[in-house]
Design a protein around this ligand. Structure first.
Ligand code: AMP
Ligand code: MG
Length: 376
């Protein structure tokens, strides 16, 4: 096991970056590097919300990442809806998706689905797992929610924790062993009422690749039940929801991070109404050693960080789970197979390649304006 120093952006710095960028006006939403680890929760939550020009703007932390909200609503209601959104995210993480928090569904599944009789699933979780298993199959296993043993071995969660000084990388043998415990095809799901899940001993779910996408769809449902909100942009690290209309009728502008300089963008998506944009990039969580970047998107075929000459993939879809799952899958599959996969789900894709080339699906070209200062 080799030990290296980490290269990550601490949470406090990320929050400052958002606050500083708050008035720059380049775009409503700028995907940024994410921060994960143990520091989510009350201790790290900093509500910087304020109301100006008909909109509530706030920066908080939830689901281990920075949450940036812009809500167009009357002054009295805006901050209350914003607080409801934060509550929704904290509950989703704490009660459903976290593999770390022992009150969550995923934690319970990981602890008990290998037992004889498997474990019972609430309807929402059964549906989510069914969708994930389907995407796993159609991506030929590139996207796989059963990689928990492998992501745990790589210790990805710790890579962006503040205060972590050293990171250890696993040996080839360890990778092989962890990989033998993974594989969506080994999951057995009995769906419908009284759904149950069966997993082999040692297998662990990791829903990190879809959690924020699921959150986008839940937030959209919440906003639909709050007619006082006429428009919104909510950014969860690399995943962004646009909703409704801006008071001046202009489109939402979502910047796509430049992987070569994450303070910059490669261009802007101009979007009308409700959309989900998810980005997976090798710059979000990584360590570097001997000139090699070990990032957090693992290829289930090898057990190592995916290497398909891709630096970042952004997926545009009406649905959050799809945009998030597909961005991860497409990163691993590369542009050729990835485009084909996204197309099958009616989603649009934008790849930033390691030589700087931008590869866009035909549909994506309608929404994307390249940044004049971005050079291949
Ligand atoms: P994303 O940033 O949405 O691409 O998600 C990356 C996260 O998903 C990682 O931090 C892991 O927790 C998990 N993950 C890594 N590789 C995969 C994969 N091939 N399929 C599904 N989840 C993965
Ligand atoms: Mg994803």
């Amino acid at each position: 096991m080799k030990i290296f120093f980490q290269r990550t952006v601490p949470m406090a710095a990320l929050i400052m970056a958002f606050i500083l960028c708050g008035g720059c006006g380049a775009a409503e939403s700028m995907p940024r590097e994410e921060a994960y680890g143990d520091q989510s929760g009350e201790e790290m939550r900093r509500n910087t919300g304020q109301y100006a020009e008909g909109a509530w703007r706030s920066t908080d932390v939830a689901m281990g990442t920075v949450i940036q909200q812009t809500l167009y609503a009357p002054r009295e209601e805006a901050s209350a809806v914003s607080a409801e959104c934060m509550e929704l995210l904290e509950k989703l993480e704490g009660e459903e998706l976290s593999w770390r928090l022992d009150g969550s569904e995923v934690y319970r599944i990981n602890a008990s689905a290998h037992e004889e009789g498997g474990c019972a699933l609430p309807e929402d979780m059964a549906l989510l797992l069914e969708q994930c298993m389907e995407i796993s199959e159609s991506s030929e296993g590139a996207f796989d929610i059963t990689l928990g043993s492998l992501t745990g071995l790589w210790n990805i969660d710790r890579w962006a924790s503040e205060g972590v000084q050293e990171v250890s990388l696993p040996s080839g043998e360890e990778v092989k062993e962890a990989l033998s415990l993974c594989g969506s095809e080994k999951l057995k799901l009995e769906s419908g009422p009284g759904a149950r899940l069966f997993m082999p001993e040692g297998m662990r779910l990791d829903l990190g690749a879809v959690g924020k996408g699921v959150a986008l769809s839940r937030l959209r449902t919440l906003l639909e039940e709050r007619p006082e909100v006429s428009g919104a942009v909510i950014s969860l690290g690399g995943s962004i929801l646009t909703y409704g209309v801006k008071p001046d009728g202009s489109p939402w502008r979502v910047a796509i991070t430049n992987p070569f300089d994450t303070a910059e963008n490669v261009g802007i998506l101009s979007l009308e109404g409700q959309w989900c944009v998810s980005t997976s990039g090798d710059y979000e969580r990584y360590v570097e050693a001997d000139g090699v970047r070990y990032h957090h998107i693992l290829d289930p075929a090898t057990g190592y960080p995916a290497d398909t000459r891709v630096r970042g993939v952004s997926i545009l879809s009406k649905d959050g789970l799809l945009s998030d799952a597909l961005s991860t899958a497409c990163f691993i599959l590369g542009p050729e197979k990835g485009m084909e996969l996204a197309g099958r789900y009616g989603a649009e894709a934008l790849f930033v390649m390691e030589d700087g080339e931008l590869i866009l699906s035909e549909g994506m070209k309608r929404y994307f304006t390249k940044n004049d200062s971005y050079r291949k």
